[in-house]
Design a protein around this ligand. Sequence first.
Ligand SMILES: [Zn+2]
Length: 408
Amino acid sequence: MLEKPGTETMRRPAPGEAAGRPAGAEEKNLVAQIDQIINEAASARASEVHFEPGPENLVVRVRQAGVLKVVAQLPETSKTTVANRLKIMGQMDITKFRVPQSGYFKRAAGERKVEFYVYTVPTLYGEALVVRISDKQSATMHLAELSMDPKVLATYRRCLAKGSGLYLVSGPPGSGKRTTIYASILEVLKPDRLAMAFDPVIKYEIAGMVQGKPEDKSEFTFAEAIEALMRQEPDVAYIGDIACEADARATIQGAFAKRIVLARMSANDSLNTIQNLIDMGIQPFLLAASVTSVINQRLVRRLCEACREPYAPDESLRREVGYQLPENVAFFRAKGCPSCNGTGYHGAIALFELYHPSEELNKMIVAKEPMQAIRARALKEGMYPLKWDGVRKAAGGMATLEDVLNSL
Ligand SMILES: [Zn+2]
């Protein structure tokens, strides 16, 4: 049984449960109090609100900037009302309280649109609930703001201008792939182009793009969702995550119509991305015919420019670089100042490797030549390896050499 978000209906209490439960006005006040806690947490840009049942009360804690703080101690009798209220908001089943559930709702917090993910878990003293708060920002970065090497940026822009094929963005989890994809979408969005996306998490809302996401309870596979999206004939399509052969096939199939298909996946480098698709069961000739570009990336901490200090990395680290460095190259390390809250860092910066296959490289892929040979050829044709981009950024003082080498 599902309730629409915002409905105030409560289920009839189960026998024996009614006893310690507040009624009438008291329950209304409690509901208002829960709403207020959630709204205040969202306004304060907290990341989560925990409702933790204990033997004597229900403790409500809010996590802000990584630190948990108690914001309310509700009476023991409030447990059911609180759980029901949160479950109704998250469109969950209030008749089930012995199994874990997850739900979702969204609300506006001032100018911002905020998404809330509700998770329950049965515990010794009743259901514990957490509400995770996720900001959907409407603003996103443009390609030129991603610190791509100018030559890499120019090449990638030429690839996007082709206007068709598969554009893969790969890297380990947390390497900033979505940011690159959204920036790429902004680059190719035009009023006369239909753009559609399907991603498990919508990080940014993009004006002019139809964005969908699979629901928890959905009864179709991700691959079926990709096929359904392609049937809408978008000019630009973004596929959240290719994780199996069915996803890959549906995505590649979509890329054969004359359109831009951007997709995200996990891989260690650009040619490894191609290899992963082959390992999933995709024939190399399909990849040679569809892939326009592969970006592989990492994320490292960005050094605070106000306090970073030059230093000489030790010899073993310099050897690990593997490139001939100019004698006077300066590397920097973190120090800490008031502008960076003493951390020495300001946000993060991405490292990129861009593969865009030439005819010769595609022939090698179709001929199933070893990936090392294909990679060597790509480097010979001018591909800048991820490591080169990292060392270049470290030498420019954007990140530490240690962070760059550790990220690879
Ligand atoms: Zn600083």
